[in-house]
Design a binder for this molecule. Structure first.
Ligand code: ATP
Length: 367
């Protein structure tokens, strides 16, 4: 089996396996997906995230051949596949509802695609055992009835069966959404390992940004049928294209500012004068939104230095496990500050605080 790290594929020669140009899907007069231009790079793990109804499943169904675009083109290795049915594509969809055969064993489920191809029983079993090892199922599960497996184990069976088709591209439609948190965390990492070990192209959709961040080489964010940003997790998190992406990616503090006479900006909804990182898109703005993630805010002591500082009053604190989150009232606004436990405020410390952050750690967007 080809062993290729996605990073090396991307660094060497980004070669699109799937290309989408102007893809659109309407249902009657309703536009579900609009204007999608996207190159999927061979061997990458691409995750599409977006709120409910943003068009993720509709896009995936077109990629998998279960739906035809109303307009635009989808090509695979340069060949138009708009109308090619799912079973004629070198792709496989792993569903949220697993669609396993309930009366068959783990091995029979996994080997089903091979049986359809006419592979003999001995080779089917050997391949099923190989795939079970890959998805970390114990060998003695081969003859176990699939309904006697746990949810997580069945998820692994479904994955192994998808791999038995030996597809070039695997599509995942929220496969982990019904699984408890701890197991989900394990499976996310296993899926990432599996991706690396198989070298195949994975396209994954989810509501969960956390899932996307852990696993993906690139993330595409959808909103109202459009792809609003595609980039590495670091790009999306560190340089969101707009306020929607920024807020979708987690909690964020916002301050409205107006351009001053020099390079300083004056707060509109918070008193003060602020230093900003110029907008990443080079836009010249008269008014802007400064967005600062809670983990980039800190409490300043008398000798601490920061580009920006504001005074506030801590009125709530929450434990997030390894971190603490503080709600700080600043005038009419509530700001969030997140600190690792080691840097948490001492119990009984003065709740009047100075918040600080550096310009480079905030984003500046058009308001
Ligand atoms: P979720 O995360 O809730 O699954 P999604 O981002 O996958 O949502 P889609 O299922 O792609 O969103 O749906 C996008 C929009 O298209 C929704 O408003 C949905 O109601 C609509 N839609 C999807 N399929 C059809 C259909 N067959 N007929 C009519 N409208 C549809």
């Amino acid at each position: 089996m080809l062993q290729t790290s996605p990073a090396s594929v991307i660094d060497a020669a980004p070669k699109p396996i799937l290309q989408l140009v102007g893809v659109r899907k309407t249902f009657g007069t309703f536009v579900a997906v609009e204007g999608i231009d996207l190159d999927v790079i061979e061997g990458e793990f691409l995750t599409i995230v977006g709120p409910s109804g943003s068009g993720k499943t509709t896009l995936l169904r077109m990629l998998a051949g279960m739906d035809t675009p109303t307009a635009g083109n989808i090509t695979l290795h340069g060949t138009l596949i708009n109308d090619v049915p799912p079973n004629k594509r070198p792709t496989c969809l792993v569903f949220q509802s697993l669609a396993l055969f309930p009366h068959k064993s783990v091995g029979e489920n996994i080997a089903f695609p091979l049986k359809v191809k006419g592979v003999n029983a001995a080779r089917r079993k050997a391949r099923a055992l190989e795939l079970m090892k890959l998805v970390r199922l114990p060998e003695d599960y081969h003859d176990k009835n699939v309904m006697k497996c746990s949810g997580g184990e069945r998820q692994r069976v479904a994955l192994a069966r998808a791999l038995a088709y030996d597809p070039e591209v695997l599509f995942f439609d929220e496969p982990l959404s019904a699984i408890d948190y701890k197991l989900k965390k394990t499976l996310e990492k296993e899926l990432k390992d599996l991706h690396r070990e198989t070298g195949k192209t994975f396209i994954y959709i989810t509501h969960s940004l956390e899932e996307a961040m852990v696993m993906s080489d690139r993330i595409g964010v959808m909103r109202a049928g459009r792809l609003v940003q595609v980039g590495t997790p670091e790009e999306i998190y560190g340089a969101p294209a707009d306020r929607f992406v920024c807020e979708f990616l987690g909690e964020v503090n916002t301050i409205k500012v107006r351009r001053g006479l020099d390079d300083n900006w004056t707060g509109i909804d918070v008193d003060g004068s602020f230093r900003l990182r110029p907008p990443d898109d080079g836009a010249v703005l008269d008014e802007a939104l400064v967005m600062v993630r809670p983990e980039y805010m800190r409490f300043l002591g008398p000798d601490d230095v920061a580009d920006n500082r504001i005074e506030g009053l801590v009125y709530n604190e929450y434990s997030l496990g390894s971190r603490m989150q503080y709600q700080v009232r600043v005038g009419e606004k509530v700001m969030l500050v997140e600190l690792s436990r080691g840097r948490a405020l001492r119990p009984g410390a003065d709740r009047r605080v100075t918040l600080g952050w550096d310009a480079a750690d905030a984003f500046t967007l058009g308001s």
